[in-house]
Every structure is written in C-alpha cells, then in structure tokens.
Design a protein around this ligand. Sequence first.
Ligand code: SF4
Length: 686
Amino acid sequence: AAMREETIKKTKTVCTYCGVGCSFDVWTKDREILRVLPHEDSPANHISTCVKGKFAWDYVNSEERITKPLVRKDGYFQEVEWEEAINLISEKFSSIKHEHGKDALAFISSSKCTNEESYLMQKLARQVIGTNNVDNCSRYCQSPATQGLFRTVGYGGDSGSIEDLEKADMVITIGTNTAEAHPVIASRIKRAHKLLGQKLYVFDIRKHEMAERADKYYLPTPGTDLVWLSAVTKYIIDQNWHNEEFITKHVNDFDTYYESLKPFTLEYAEETTGISQSELKHIAEEIHKSSGVAICWAMGVTQHRIGSDTSTAISNLLLVTGNYMRPGTGAYPLRGHNNVQGCSDMGSMPDTLPGYQKVSDDVARRKFEQAWNVSLDSERGLDNHQMIDSIHEGNLRSLYIKGEDTGIVDANLNFVRSAFEKLDFFVVQDLFMSKTAEFADVILPASPSLEKDGTFTNTERRVQRINKALDPLGESKPDWEIIQLIAKSLGADWNYKHPSEIWYEAQSLMPLVKGITYDRLEGFNSLQWPMNDDGTDTPLLYTERFNFPDGKARLYPLEFNVKSKKTKEMSLHVNNGRVLEHFHEGNMTYQVPGLAYKLPNNFCEISQELADEHGIENGARVKITSKVGTAEVNVQVTDRVTGNYIYIPLNDQNEGAPNFVTDSDVDKDTNTPAYKDNYAKLEVVT
Ligand code: SF4
C-alpha cells in the first residue's frame, strides 16, 4: 500500500466546465486520472461537484488529441516540427501586416484558458501586432450582462458571492437553466429553497428542473423580459414600495428614470409578455415583502437583440427596491465558461485594456505604452461579430483563434464558415480537430488545464490557482508558451518562464487585482476582486459605494420597441442551450466515454401539441429551417417545451448544430448574437 501511495499524486485544480469554479484535488497515477476529490475548503463548492467536474477528465488522454503542429500542404494537414509552424506564422503575420496593415489581423482568445494566457493573447495583438482586434467568447454570452451592470452599478461582475445566495429571502432566475448549466449554484438554491424557506421564482420559456421546483414559474413571450421587469418596477414605485432611503443615499437619476417607465403599464405588460396583471402585481408584492432579493440570469436574457437593456432592467429593479449592498441581495449574471470573467478582466476585448481600462483613455493607454514600450491605438478594434463581417468585406485577412470552436458556437454558421474560407491565413490552437480547425492553415496543439499552471476567475470574481497535474501530452504545449513562441518569432522580447511572471506583470498594470499574489492563492486559498488598499478582497462588491466617481448608482431609462421576427412561414421559436452531460459544443465532453455514452446524440425538444400538428413521432428525424440555414436532428416529445417553442441543445458537432439556424442579428449595444431570437419551420425527414 505504501508503494502504491507513493506513485499517486494529488494536485489542486479548478474545473473547466462552468463559471461556478469548483475546486478539487485531482488524483493521478502517471497519466491515469484516478479520482476527483473536492475539499471542505473549496470556496465555491465545498464538498460538491457535478457530474462533469467529477468524471469528465478522460478527454486529456483521448487519442483524438492533436499532439504535433499541423500545417496544411496541398490541401492536407501534415505534421511538422514546432519551428516550422512558428516560422510560417511569423512570416505570414508579418507579410499580411506589411501588405494590408496591422488591422488586417485579428485574435480570438479563449475563456477556457487561464488569465495569464488571455493577458498574453491581447498583449500579442496590441504590443506585437499593434491592433485592438482582439476579443473572447464573452461576446457570445455575457457582454450584455456586463454592459447592463456597467451602466447602473459600475462593475461588470456578480455583486455577491455564491455562498450569499443562500441568504436571499427570494431568488428570481431569468433565462437560466441553472440546474444543468451551473449545477452547484443550483444545488445551493435548491437547498435554501427546501430547507430555509427561500422563495424561488423562475422565468423561462422552457420548463426545466428549476422551473419544476419553483414556487412560481412564468413563461413570458420570448424576448420580452424587459417589459415585465419594467412594469413590476413601475408598479412598485406607484405603490410607494420603493426604497426611498436607499435611493436618496445611493442612487442617481430617479426622476428621469421614473418618467421613462410611463409606457410600462400593467395592461401593456400583460399584452406584451403574456403574464397576467394579477400575476405581475403578485410578483411586485413578493419582491416588496422580501427582506433580500437576488436575481440570477444568463443567456435567456443576454442573447437577444436587447440583451443589454434587459440586463439593465434587472439592475434597475434591484436598485429601486434597495436590493444591493447586503449579502443575499443583488445581481448574479451566471458566467458560462470557467474563465469568461477572467478572460474579459485581462483585456481580451477590443475596447478595453486589462482591468477594464479603456483603450480610449489616454492615461491608461500611456501606462501600457510605457510598460510595453510601444504606442497603442486609441480606437476600438473589431469584436468577434465584426471580424466575420470584415473578412467577408475583404478587410480582415488573418485570424488566430485560441481554444474556441467558432465554427460551431458563433451564430449563422454558413456565413461564419464561408468567412473562414476567405481568409488568407488562419491559425487555430486547440486540443482537438474542431470544426473550426478544419478550416485552418496551421493548427497548434495546446494543453488543457490539467497540464498547466495559472489562474482562473469564476463567476463571483474569485481568482483561483490551477496547478499542473500532468505533463503536456506528446508535443503539445500550454497556450502561454505557444503565444510566447509566436511573439518572439515576431521580434518581441518576451521571456516568461512561468505563468506567475505573466500574472505579476498584468497585476502591476491593473489595480483591480493589485495585491493578489500566487502565494496568497496557495492550496484552496482564493481572493475576490476588486482588491482594497489594505490588501483585503471583496466578497460583497458594493458595501458603501457603487463604482462611479460619486459613489452613486445610476438608474438607466429604457424603451421597448423590438419587433417579433415570427412570420406565417417561420412560426416556431427556436431556443438553444446546455445539457448537464455536455459542456457547450461538446468537443471536450464527447471525448469522455461515460458522458458520450450517457448522451451520444443531440436532439430537439418539441411539444406534444406540435408533434400532433405535424404528425411527428417521438424519435423522428426532423429538419429545422430558418431564413439562414437548416439543422437536422431527432425529436424528443416533451412537456418541457410548450406550443410552438422548440429547444435544441448546443452540443452537436454535425448537422444538428443549432447555429445553422440562428441568424446574424445581435444585441444592439454589444454585438452579442441574438441566439435566442430565431424563428423557423419544421419538416419531417422522410
Ligand atoms: Fe464544474 Fe460547474 Fe460542475 Fe462545478 S458546477 S463541477 S464548476 S461544471
């Protein structure tokens, strides 16, 4: 037994499957993953994990891993040495920059990678190439939530900790399939609901597990959450139930805001959202009666043409009712990827340098110019959405994508993939031959989290360390090493020997994380940004001030004038999202035999009503066609969806990928695709 013990290694790491950020020890013996053991000290999860965190690690040893650089030669990928691949990239990047200018290149970072790697990706774009064309997948999901919070309270992050959710008297969830997408947060809510008498109100167009458990479940007309939120807020003020003391002390612009609420009468809200006036009054009353209200939301809110405005409406409601500044209150946008918060924090965005310092801010830019010894562009670069347009327009010539399967997860896939075909030079860095990688000129083999050191930042702004449990497989390398190789070959004087050196550089330039050292994150220790001058962290984001110069929040007036895209021919609303067994598009979890066995194929949920109308049997193969494309998938008849609402999970690598159906419409303020705002028709495949 003693001998056996000696060969077993325990390494603390953090899960890569969602923004909860569960931490645990992973037990390994050589390359074998023996078990995953969460710890009482695990800050986000204590002793819990979900099925993915516990069992979904075998992908690291998958035979499908790419372990040597691949270069396309005469139409086929050939294995080459690292030197050849890097030299080719350096030559091509240089010649494209020379011929078409620095902004003919663009960079997409990965929210699955570490903070340090995201920092380096934007540094490569800005310092070495000279462009602000850099973005990450928060553009596909959370940018609208961040925008709504920036407008009203000043920081784009959860206002409290996951733990504090249990202290809420009432939890409202809007457009989040929490039990499947953020299982450990869902368990906390379920527990508080069952044992502590917490009220749970769920708003969603699909009756998922949380909806089943809720005290009240509402199904608003898709894309109209802003209307019921604003009507409830107006009703609260009209009843004199708003928190006047809190507003006087902490909130600006009340009068202009109240004026803007005029159109949001209960009658109008009922007509628009389908929620009855008496129910709207009931919701307002329950909020009024609750000692603390926390609102959780996700893609069902953000992935609409008015995702930012709806997120803003949530924050407005919380401000009017004084539901900020105490544990058990506040705004909880639930981050999807494990490091979507961190990737944005580190400046992998076209308009912000690390720490949300604007590229247009002369003082901030000068600080980075001095540190990096270059002059930086003050103009915003292209975001992910604009990059695809720019390729079609012939301006963007080269794209470097790290760890993102854009060819599956972006909206309007036919349009996205035809853009890839037009690129002069396309580099993809990934673990597997993803759908995106198939279009590349060079594929660089990266290492997953278990094979590297670094930090992740979870949905509650908690920075945690990951530690290397295994050596990189074959010739694969951690992303930070690969980015550094490219930067050096382009002449940059980069000599990072360990991710900690990258962290310290980033940290010296961004006050948000000042004082967070690797030492302070040893073991299961963690810190939540922003850091205070005395070196303490901030579990509760706002205690006395909001993040504006005068310390006061802003109520932000909103309008609603979205026209439905439903037509006579395209009358079925198409929704998409996650399932418990798979992560996102599934290119990691399909490599885990247990999970692939549990859920081998994608499906599409339709109601009994719709099945009867079209004469569709459970299990039948159907084509779902929108104005931009078709997805083909098997049907599951269920009561989770009703009437004309259909649901397709995201995890399909082939013809059932829902993004063949989603069009190019975006949130008007952030360019986040309106994935949840599409209509289609259905045909049985015969
Ligand atoms: Fe991983 Fe999220 Fe599951 Fe935790 S809840 S184990 S972070 S997927």
